[in-house]
Design a protein around this ligand. Structure first.
Ligand SMILES: [Zn+2]
Length: 373
């Protein structure tokens, strides 16, 4: 996820914060210091409200992090690589490299998050029992953290995909039916219904003069659109799987020799064929790839004298085999945030698959109603 910065590295996983968290931090510590604690503990002074508010928000942040870490560590134990965790507006996202391949793994991975929150709620509650005077800021903070972690556990267990509970539901249906697509559709539909219900409840509250209902509506909207997005993504993935890379491979650009001057590359390939990238090959062996971006970095007066070999990208060269399916290509493109991958037949270059090719393919299948069985 972009627009986030790295905070620390824990157990080999990068922990990042999305910029929206700064906004949430201010909002949350502010509402704790100015509304929540003053209402429950009117005898504290202003400084105490703020120190307790900020400390409680920081510890909530740590709690959310532990919830995500539970997901990530179990995922990794199940053989799914985890790059990073990003904490953002409404919680966290563990950036897994791939989805679980079987229902049991998904079930375990999903349920440990809410279980971690539940355990944290228990720990904070137990600590609260050790405090003698329940009117102190420490007691207030512990009570808040026990409550909020309990709410987080319960909310995440709601059976709407992509919440943790929705993933648990999906894993159960997937296990029963053996059909991941059907399981996702059902769990995502529950997610949408749940989202709309939260929006409706929130709006009713707002109409009744309770402004807090706005939060509920925002969470509901977030949930229903996330459910929608996950379903669309799965449909796209379904359509791409089983489609050979060769079906969309660009036949036109062919390849270019490393000795070709950049000026000729621009006039014959980029201008002439409206391509933005071309493989560089000699005797059918791939040496690299050259893109419009590479050319842009070279001053214009050097175009005539510079051969393509001097500006091309030699590595990392991301490639797929022509027998691979489009999903493999799409995953590489998404993972490395690039615009195209090379298609190789052994060491021979068979062409390129670009992001645009794949999107065109999806668009065309959609418009013509071509659905794979
Ligand atoms: Zn979770």
């Amino acid at each position: 996820m972009r627009s986030s910065f790295r905070l620390i590295r824990l157990a080999g996983i990068d922990i990042g914060i999305h910029f929206s968290w700064i906004f949430i931090f201010v909002l949350l510590s502010g509402s704790l210091a100015m509304a929540f604690f003053p209402r429950l503990y009117p005898e504290w002074d202003t400084t105490t409200y703020w120190i307790t508010g900020v400390a409680a928000t920081l510890l909530l942040f740590v709690s959310v992090l532990l919830h995500e870490l539970a997901h990530s560590l179990v995922a990794r134990a199940r053989g799914i690589p985890v790059h990073s965790i990003t904490l953002f507006m409404l919680g966290g996202v563990s950036n897994l490299e791939e989805e679980p391949q079987e229902p049991r793994a998904e079930f375990t991975m999903s349920i440990v998050g809410p279980l971690a929150s539940l355990a944290l709620a228990g720990i904070f509650w137990a600590l609260l029992q050790l405090v003698q005077d329940t009117r102190t800021p420490l007691a207030g903070m512990l009570a808040y953290l026990a409550l909020i972690n309990f709410i987080l556990a319960v909310f995440n267990l709601l059976p709407g995909y992509p919440l943790d509970g929705g993933r648990v539901l999906r894993a159960i249906i997937w296990n029963r039916t053996g059909n991941l697509v059907r399981a996702t559709n059902i769990a995502a539909t529950v997610g949408r219904i749940m989202g709309w219900t939260l929006i409706a409840l929130g709006l009713i509250q707002v109409l009744a003069g309770i402004l807090g209902g706005l939060w509920l509506a925002i969470i509901g909207w977030f949930l229903s659109s996330a459910a929608d997005a996950s379903r669309r993504e799965l449909t796209a993935r379904e359509q791409l799987s089983g489609v050979r890379v060769t079906e969309v491979v660009k036949a036109v650009p062919g390849s270019i020799s490393p000795d070709t001057p950049v000026a000729e590359l621009v006039s014959s390939v980029f201008r002439g064929q409206h391509s933005r990238a071309v493989p560089v090959c000699r005797d059918d062996r791939v040496l690299g790839i050259v893109t419009v971006t590479d050319v842009r970095e070279l001053p214009r007066d050097k175009w005539e004298e510079t051969p393509v070999s001097e500006i091309m990208t030699r590595e990392p060269l991301h490639s797929v085999r022509s027998t691979d399916d489009l999903n493999t290509a799409m995953r590489l493109i998404a993972k490395h945030d690039i615009n195209q991958v090379l298609v190789l037949d052994g060491m021979r270059c068979a062409g390129l698959v670009t992001r645009a090719d794949i999107l065109n393919y999806l668009q065309l299948s959609h418009e013509l109603g071509l659905r794979r069985r």
